[in-house]
Design a protein around this ligand. Structure first.
Ligand code: KG4
Length: 340
């Protein structure tokens, strides 16, 4: 089954062709991040306009690169939630039009389910059940993935997402947008014990997280240094920050796998590209006899292939939509069937 998949929830427009949920025929991605960088973050209206400008050409290019005719497409899938509503709407309307014109099923895919499914592309042997640590620009959660379309959030951030915190740290240090990669790179040469940063606990909710205190602590350190003229060791601040984020995420994810009695831990989302988090996950998984699956860097950020991978399993579960499909800024992972 060949699925044309559409991703437009933030500042990446992506069109992919995926066969049977596991084989990527092509994955075309255009990012408007350079345009957004001028403003220090994503301007939703600019992202939406950029999607409109490139989505048709990306689709033509995907078909040409994969050598696929329109008549070969068996279904069209789209990331329909969560995301910037104007941006998501572009992809949803485009996907609806293409599905209608081709007379093929339309498959709505939850964006975070897509991030998780990126691992099905990288690891053909991976099957549920597993615990997934899903960490992106807008979400940080620990998910009990019982089946391909049967999942439940068992822990989540109470405030900022981990990626948002990386981006704010980068901004206050003048490292540009998006901030995760430059903070990661600068942290390589730093001393991760130099700055004492908080790792929050949420009382009675062992898997919930909080990153706003950590963000504020970083901002206070930078402002204090500016006001007192003290020289800031940016590399060590980045290293201490990455360590604090990792210390919030990794032990919780490991504990969740053990509590559920599973043998597999899966990481997903843009922040899963972070070198400190990847190294800590590897070490902790090995120490606890857990099999770890972390996507290759190219599949951590937003892409269309991950949407096509999850779409295959949504289709098998009967989760298709009609032309009344809407876009949603927010949606729980387990709500998908109800609204799709
Ligand atoms: O998954 P993603 O591409 O988009 C969303 O669905 O949100 O994640 C983007 C986030 C941004 O906050 C970006 O700064 C962060 O992932 N990120 C990283 C790294 N690369 C990207 N964060 C930490 N370390 C990285 N190497």
């Amino acid at each position: 089954m060949i699925i044309l998949s559409v991703e437009s929830t933030c500042d990446e427009t992506a069109i992919a062709l995926v066969k049977d949920g596991r084989e990527v025929l092509t994955d075309q991605i255009f990012s408007s991040a350079d345009l957004q960088a001028v403003y220090g973050g994503v301007v939703p209206e600019l992202a939406s306009r950029s999607h409109v400008e490139v989505i048709y050409q990306l689709t033509d290019r995907a078909l040409a690169v994969a050598g696929i005719q329109r008549s070969d497409i068996d279904a069209v899938a789209v990331s329909f939630a969560p995301g910037l509503i104007g941006a998501v709407l572009v992809g949803v309307n485009f996907a609806k039009s293409v599905a209608s014109a081709l007379g093929v099923p339309l498959i709505p895919v939850h964006h975070i389910r897509g991030h998780m499914a990126a691992n099905y592309l990288a690891y053909p042997q991976l099957t549920p059940p597993f615990v997934c640590l899903a960490i992106s620009g807008g979400n940080s959660m620990i998910v009990d993935v019982r089946g391909y379309t049967d999942m439940e959030i068992i822990g989540a951030t109470r405030d900022d997402a981990a990626g948002e915190c990386f981006d704010k740290t980068a901004r206050v240090l003048g490292l540009g947008y998006p901030g995760g990669k430059p903070v990661d790179q600068l942290s390589q040469g730093g001393d991760d014990t130099k700055y004492a940063l908080p790792v929050s606990q949420v009382a009675d909710h062992p898997y919930d997280m909080s990153f706003s205190g950590l963000k504020t602590a970083v901002i206070n350190i930078v402002h204090h240094a500016e006001q007192t003229g003290e020289e800031l060791d940016k590399a060590s601040l980045c290293a201490s920050f990455a360590r604090a984020v990792s210390d919030s995420l990794v032990p919780r994810a490991i504990a969740a796998v053990k509590e559920k009695g599973y043998s597999k831990l899966v990481a997903a989302g843009g922040v899963a590209a972070n070198s400190r988090i990847r190294a800590d996950l590897e070490r902790a998984a090995a120490e606890n006899g857990i099999e770890l699956f972390v996507p290759p860097l190219r599949l951590c950020g937003d892409n269309g292939a991950m949407v096509g991978a999850q779409a295959y399993y949504e289709y098998l579960a009967g989760n298709t939509a009609g032309s009344d499909l809407n876009a949603y800024a927010n949606m729980e992972l387990s709500e998908v069937c109800a609204k799709g």
